[in-house]
Design a protein around this ligand. Structure first.
Ligand SMILES: C[S@@+](CC[C@H](N)C(=O)[O-])C[C@H]1O[C@@H](n2cnc3c(N)ncnc32)[C@H](O)[C@@H]1O
Length: 132
């Protein structure tokens, strides 16, 4: 007997999974939510391991409320945050308008067509949403 069950989707529907992002994929609430416990743990790590990141390039995948950039960008050579969320980008620009070494890129991490928007190599990559 054949089953009608579908295989699980490769990408969760709430993570910008479609390669061609629709408007509903570009709004998240993370710009106004508290920093996640996972990212707070990353903050703790960075504070305790200064040599790992000071004056280096850091890529932040899914930058959320911009608190990582606000807290650490001044000590980095360059901060590059990526997100699919337009409100997050607005918040980033309002909070880090004067930080010449902090940049944001609208980029779906699942879409290889967008990868050329990221230039160069990174010393540190932070992504607290590995399940997605
Ligand atoms: C769970 S939130 C975590 C936010 C922040 N990193 C933290 O830990 O507080 C997930 C973040 O990833 C972003 N995001 C979700 N799907 C994405 C995708 N496909 N490509 C890039 N960013 C994505 C969201 O907009 C949000 O900034």
């Amino acid at each position: 007997m054949e089953s009608d069950a579908q295989p699980p989707s490769l990408f969760p529907s709430d993570c910008g999974a479609p390669f061609d992002l629709k408007p509903e994929n570009t709004i998240t609430s993370w710009e106004s939510l508290p920093t996640s416990p996972a990212e707070v743990a990353v903050f703790d790590f960075l504070r305790s391991e200064q040599l790992q990141w000071r004056q280096k390039r850091l890529l932040h995948v899914g930058m959320g409320n911009s608190s990582l950039a606000e807290t650490f960008a001044a000590g980095l050579a360059e901060y590059v945050g990526i997100t699919i969320s337009l409100p997050e980008i607005e918040r980033f620009k309002s909070k880090l308008a004067n930080a010449g070494n902090a940049h944001v890129i609208f980029l779906n991490k699942y879409d290889p067509r967008m990868y050329p928007k990221i230039r160069g190599d990174f010393d540190v990559i932070v992504d607290t949403s590995l399940k997605s």
